[in-house]
Design a protein around this ligand. Structure first.
Ligand code: 6PG
Length: 509
């Protein structure tokens, strides 16, 4: 399958949707690619696609039919990009490359959604065989083709080689406005603007940050889905009416890629039936695991991320379709709530504010999680830079990210985004509407776990006192787990002898 012997700049393994589009993006940016996939059809597919799109008159993509052929087709030291599913496929490819003669100074970049601890382990495991570098990619098919957001991490030496390539193929942002610079056509290359690719840290850090990106993505999506559900089943609006509302919101504070695509999905009419597609889509959500990993990590690190966790639960509960159908005939909800037109209009404004506030909380949870995880794992994460590379190319891209960049520029050590003056001001101005929106959704009987978990998070964060005093009392009562006292020195532990008649308080050393 190999064409004339031209040594390529980059070897590429895995030509699925993301892989194929990354190859074409690399080719547009002037790199020759040796491409391999276990499926010869996929190899042929990318070559055909390149032929259609290539206007340079020079070959850019060389198909390979084995790992050995791929290595032979590359300039040394080899630079090899993997775009294969997370988990054992990554190891299978690594082992195959070793079998094919990959060298210790070759760089292998894992661009999949690998679990960050696997990346840390792999860097060690393969260190005598090759240099494993990782770079999570966000942006889906279109992002991969015309500019993704890239979260590279691992050996700083490897980064010096990867950096110019990554900066070339990534999405770009106008430094003054913080808005994406559009690139939509094959062959088009953007050289100005700030690249959405920044070195994140040592092995695992980039995949961790991408995992949290996906956790936030889950929350963001669920918040929009709850708003759709409330507008549809609470206010009785049609999909087109909801699309109109979302479209309007998308031109203001809620401007985001996820809002934009929701409008498209809501408006789409199925070609075969001519009816609204959204009403034909089975309401059972899939998940590949990154949201779950984020929620699990938040529990391990001890960082509250209830809106992200709630978004994972919402997907789980959606999968119990049969149970829900059955329960819908057994369990009652509130009676019908009818609103006047004016009340509906007012409610829509309240819902807008609820989405905005919940979104701020979801991002606050994700960023705080990264901060605490960084401390635990000894990473130095630059949160302004992370927010910068999420302004374009990735799935959670939104104008809103610019406010996060500014918040971390004001204070790089910010403990929680909600403490930033801009975020506090936005929340203070809208929290009353947020509460009304949740009261309304609850009275309609529409589940609103993401919106309301965010409100609970907000109310917890702003509570000087929480009922953990009673909880500590309970723990001390049944398990002598001790408690500290507000009126005594920090760190001193007390216990009440609950089982004695005197119930004396004793100091526990
Ligand atoms: C991205 C996406 C991407 C992908 C996830 C979706 O940033 O480009 O997050 O990584 O779409 O696989 O995951 P779920 O299947 O779990 O929704």
């Amino acid at each position: 399958m190999t064409q004339d012997k031209i040594l390529c700049d980059i070897g590429f393994i895995g030509l699925g949707v993301m892989g194929k589009n990354l190859v074409l993006n690399l080719a547009d940016n002037g790199y020759n690619i040796a491409a391999f996939d276990l499926s010869a059809e996929k190899v042929q597919g990318v070559i055909e696609q390149d032929k259609k799109e290539n206007t340079t008159g020079l070959p850019r993509v060389y198909g390979c039919s084995s790992y050995t052929e791929l290595l032979a087709q590359l300039k040394a030291p080899h630079l090899i990009v993997l775009s294969v599913p997370a988990g054992s496929p990554v190891d299978q490819v690594c082992e195959s490359l070793i079998g094919a003669g990959v060298q210790p100074d070759d760089i292998v970049i894992d661009t999949g959604n690998s679990l960050w601890v696997d990346t840390v382990a792999r860097e060690q495991k393969y260190k005598n065989n090759f240099l494993l570098f990782s770079s999570a990619v966000s942006g889906g098919e279109v992002g991969a083709r015309f500019g993704p957001s890239l979260m590279p991490s691992g050996s700083p030496y490897a980064w010096t080689r990867v950096k110019p390539i990554w900066e070339a193929i990534s999405a770009k942002v106008d430094a003054n406005t913080g808005k994406p610079i559009e690139r939509t056509k094959p062959g088009q290359v953007i050289t100005e603007g700030e690249p959405c690719a920044t070195y994140i840290g040592p092995a695992g850090a980039g995949h961790y940050v991408k995992m949290v990106h996906n956790g936030i993505e889950y929350a963001d999506m669920q918040i929009i889905c709850e708003a759709y559900h409330i507008l549809k089943s609470g206010l009785g609006l049609s999909s087109d009416e909801i699309a109109d509302i979302f479209e309007k919101w998308n031109s203001g504070l809620l401007d985001s890629y996820l809002m934009e695509i929701s409008v498209e999905v809501l408006r789409h009419k199925s070609v075969d039936t001519g009816t609204t597609l959204i009403d034909l889509i089975l309401d059972k959500a899939g998940q590949k695991g990154t949201g779950l990993w984020t929620a699990m990590s938040s529990l391990e690190v001890g960082c509250p991320a209830p809106t992200i966790a709630q978004a994972v639960y919402a997907r789980s509960i959606s999968s119990f379709k049969e149970l829900r159908v059955k329960a819908s005939t057994i369990l009652s909800g509130p009676g019908e709530v009818s609103l006047s037109n004016q009340e509906k209009q007012d409610y829509i404004v309240q819902l807008h504010d609820a989405i905005y506030c919940a979104k701020m909380c979801a991002y606050a949870q994700g960023f705080q999680l990264m901060k605490l995880a960084a401390k635990e794992h000894g990473w130095t994460l630059d949160f302004a830079s992370i927010a910068k590379i999420w302004r374009a190319g990735c799935i959670i891209r939104a104008t809103f990210l610019q406010s996060i960049v500014q918040a971390y520029a004001r204070d790089e050590n910010l403990d929680n985004l909600l403490l930033d003056s801009f975020f506090a001001e936005q929340l203070n101005a809208r929290q009353s509407n947020w509460r009304k929106a949740i009261c309304g959704a609850t009275m309609f009987g529409i589940p609103n776990g993401a919106l309301s978990s965010a409100l609970s998070y907000y109310d917890s964060i702003r509570s000087e006192m929480l009922p953990a005093n009673l909880l500590q009392g309970q723990r001390d009562f049944f398990g002598a787990h001790t408690f500290e006292r507000l009126d005594k020195a920090d760190g001193k532990k007390y216990h009440v002898e609950w089982s004695t008649a005197e119930r004396k308080t004793v100091v526990v050393e």
